[in-house]
Design a protein around this ligand. Structure first.
Ligand code: HEC
Length: 127
């Protein structure tokens, strides 16, 4: 009878243990979610096609101030340092302009701005 008691508590213990482990694992899975889940604006969502369209637009419209491949612009913002998680700021600055930066509203479409974002946020497809 003693053995059955021991077996019983061992069973209870292992159940508890399993519960503990699985809740730990679930917590871990959630922690991983938080780290790896891409935020809506992150360059991870960006397609190579969009980057290439953005590159063409960039060369046509932005290169003269921001420099070839975003390098060596004439005192314009160094776009390689533009924060990759500030999509809304990008859209706003490109649409409405900012100081010496001209506004592009009415000149290019929202879709074209999103291709430019793909190009800039991915650093020309490098990240
Ligand atoms: C006539 C020159 C000129 C052209 C053309 C130009 N920019 Fe700019 N851009 C600037 C200057 C100057 C700044 C710095 C503005 C400031 O902060 O004073 C700037 C800043 C920016 C910024 C940073 C704005 C911020 O929020 O700080 C972005 C993004 C940007 N430009 C994107 C573009 C894109 C995309 C194009 C092409 C569609 C473009 N620019 C074309 C001159 C230009």
């Amino acid at each position: 009878m003693n053995t059955s008691r021991t077996a019983f508590s061992a069973l209870r213990f292992s159940r508890l243990f399993l519960l503990l482990i699985s809740s730990l694992l679930m917590n871990l899975a959630h922690a991983e979610d938080a780290v790896t889940a891409p935020a809506a604006d992150k360059p991870a969502d960006i397609t190579p096609e969009s980057i290439e369209k953005g590159r063409t637009l960039y060369r046509r419209l932005c290169l003269r101030c921001h420099g070839p491949e975003m390098v060596g612009g004439n005192n314009a913002f160094d776009l390689r340092t533009f924060p990759q998680d500030q999509h809304a700021r990008f859209v706003n600055s490109v649409t409405n302009g900012k100081r010496a930066m001209p506004p592009w509203k009415g000149i290019i479409s929202d879709e074209e701005i999103s291709h430019l974002w793909s190009y800039v946020a991915s650093r020309g497809g490098k990240s």
